[in-house]
Design a binder for this molecule. Sequence first.
Ligand code: F0G
Length: 464
Amino acid sequence: MPPKTIIEPFRIKVVEPIRMTTRDERLALLKDAGYNTFHLRSRDVILDLLTDSGTSAMSAEQWAGIMRGDEAYAGSPSYYRFEDAVKEVFGFEQVIPTHQGRAAERILFETMCSEGDIVPSNTHFDTTRANVEAVGARAVDLLVPEGRRHQEVHPFKGNLDTGRLRELIREEGAERIPLVMLTLTNNSGGGQPVSMANIRQVSEICREHGIPLYMDACRFAENAYMIRLREEGYAERPVAEIAREIFSHAQGCTMSAKKDGLANIGGFVATNDPELARRQRNVLILTEGFPTYGGLAGRDLEAIAIGLREVLEEDYLEYRLASVRYLGEAIAEAGVPIVQPPGGHAVYIDAAAFLPHVPPLELPGQTVVAELYLEGGIRCVEVGTVMFGRRDPETGEEHPAPMELVRLALPRRVYTQSHVDFMVEAIVAFGERKDSVGGYRFTYQEPVLRHFTARFEPLYEVAG
Ligand code: F0G
């Protein structure tokens, strides 16, 4: 029998030391940070699971590309290598580089939407929603119901509810819907994939009504690989081909290359519509830069061009999905409730089910975030009432979010299996004493995107 362990399919050539800290040190640092891990310095974090965005380890090839980067203002060969890679992987004709995903979103909605329009999606990511709303349009989430049932296992919990899409089009009229979006994978819903069948159906509905379909392609390779693993008829198909098929159903996409571009910065908007691209380039010039660099250095374009191809390598994707699954299954087996099945880029702990004695307005997700930092120097992020709850500006009354999750996002190619074992041990150790913890309350908050800057205090004695 050949060995069955799925190994990290790379050797480590450059290392970055991790500074170990003690629990007492972490308690003092956490207090200073107002119990908000966004205020911590990364040198004080042992394992950083705050995000998978911009945190990938680049390959030797990408670093070689960095040296090759040509910094010409106009017409750099680095741009043409980037454009070729995007055309090859995604199949769109018009490629516009941006400094990151949200800049691509701003350009897309500014050139496609007007006030009063509606943009449906499976689930809009926060920056996508904010950019839709910034042009006076309305962002509508039409996720399938199983996408909200955390404990239930379903292969494609990121699917868009096509019945509700038809209904929305009938009620509002196709002329008020300038585009439909699909987020691959659905980050806000647990990193869950969208099936090819669903992509096909959504695209048929769009075509019937003359509405263009755009993809938020941030984690397209992880989504394509999950189609291969879970959808009938795809088991033998190369992932690159599955990705091309996904995008063949769309008129364009936005992309944050900080995720499945395996780069530390960058993004793009792509389309098959040359007239739209002409208008988008004009917006680009105004705020991002000339169309052959779009706010990026030539070296960044090189790193993305190489990353977009590397991310489709099947050994990489097998390892990537296996490491997320390994973390999710290990903590679930130990009794920690997670969004099932584990997603493509992250494991989400269901904090409401994990700490049922802490009510939503006492911020159970924030308790998990603070305690995992104390337990093992692990930094993760609350996706619950801190992030999506609302404080009434008039009465000061707090309203909870519909879910209380904690995201453990795995940076790409950064941590090894023993790092993951350490995470599991810390989470399980916290689970053993979870009945002794309580909640948190805000001591400071801003009116918008409060999770980044908030400060808290514990409503229980935090053990030193
Ligand atoms: N769309 C999705 C689905 C995302 O997850 C993100 C970023 C963006 C768009 C925006 O891209 O950051 O390059 O401007 N998600 C990061 C995260 C921030 O931590 O999940 P960006």
